[in-house]
Design a protein around this ligand. Structure first.
Ligand SMILES: NC(=O)c1ccc[n+]([C@@H]2O[C@H](COP(=O)([O-])OP(=O)(O)OC[C@H]3O[C@@H](n4cnc5c(N)ncnc54)[C@H](OP(=O)(O)O)[C@@H]3O)[C@@H](O)[C@H]2O)c1
Length: 274
């Protein structure tokens, strides 16, 4: 990864039409990076396309992460332009909500297709380009606090994000010699379209109390990404690192790591849902 010139750093972001992905594209473009912003459907990406007129360093790509042809075209485009990719931000994901017995099995498969298998597929495809980045590359996977534990009514989502975390850690171990750093970001709740886009089944228990409140400041997650890029450039980023972000998320991460799971189940079921 180039140590000084942001223009020479190529970043691919998935799910950039809205939410975190859009904000990442905007904030990273402001820093002058060369951005490939992937969207599922160009017809619903007007906001990003408009942004790419303001920031010509944003290239909008059609990239439905479930479509092999789109993945291949993204690879061809980045190879033809630059022959290397420095940073891949796997951001795409959605929630599947409902008690486990009300979730149709095919919906659970779909949840894993998007939140897990598509990421493995895209990362495999982009891997040779990541390996071509001089002085090492950076893979950022957007996980969730939901991966630390099995959250009620979010079984499939928690499981898919936990699978993503294990993927992140395994490939970091495999590539310790290849100067690849893998950063797993674990946001708490932020105000994006995530809640509205979640697919819901059955009676969903109401959230209790205010342990987690949704935050507006999506830019702080972009600021974390910029910090990670700078750490990588200074050779200060470990091969694998986890980054909880958001109100009380660090505390929740610590509790989940150090409290026995038998206690966690009591605490979560009594305090997070009515
Ligand atoms: N917001 C939170 O509270 C929160 C907390 C923890 C983790 N996260 C994680 O953050 C990531 C981004 O979520 P968000 O909060 O920004 O949600 P969001 O506002 O709903 O955005 C989701 C993005 O993913 C895209 N997408 C979904 N399926 C796709 C596919 N097959 N191919 C390409 N793009 C696809 C959507 O594109 P379309 O516009 O085409 O639908 C949209 O751009 C997710 O991985 C989520 O799990 C979010």
């Amino acid at each position: 990864m180039n140590k000084t010139n942001n223009e020479l750093i190529n970043i691919l972001i998935t799910g950039a039409s809205r939410g975190f992905g859009f904000v990442f594209a905007k904030e990273l473009a402001k820093q002058g990076f060369n951005i490939y912003a992937g969207v599922r459907d160009l017809n619903t990406a007007e906001k990003l396309i408009e942004l790419s007129h303001e920031f010509t360093n944003i290239k909008v790509l059609k990239l439905n992460v479930l479509d092999s042809l789109d993945i291949n075209s993204a690879f061809e485009r980045i190879s033809a332009d630059n022959k290397k990719l420095d940073i891949l931000i796997n951001n795409v994901g959605y929630g599947l909500v409902g008690r486990f017995e009300s979730l149709p099995l095919e919906e659970i498969h779909k949840q894993f297709e998007t939140n897990f298998f598509s990421i493995v597929h895209l990362t495999q495809k982009m891997f040779p380009l990541l390996q071509s980045s001089t002085d090492g590359s950076l893979l950022i996977n957007i996980s969730s606090v939901a991966s630390f534990v099995g959250l009620p009514s979010m079984m499939a989502y928690s499981a898919s994000k936990a699978a993503l975390d294990r993927f992140s850690m395994s490939i970091a171990c495999e590539n310790i010699e290849n100067k690849l750093s893998v950063a797993s970001i674990h946001p708490g709740p932020y105000k994006t379209s995530f809640r509205e886009s979640s697919i819901k089944f059955g009676q969903i228990p109401e959230a209790k109390g205010d342990f987690f409140t949704s935050q507006n400041n999506l830019e702080e997650v972009s600021a974390l990404i910029i910090k990670l890029i700078n750490l990588k450039r200074q050779n200060k980023l470990k091969a694998y690192s986890e980054w909880p972000i958001g109100q009380k998320t660090g505390l929740f991460h610590l509790l989940c790591k150090y409290i026995p799971s038998s206690w966690l189940v009591d605490i979560i079921s009594k305090n997070l849902t009515k």
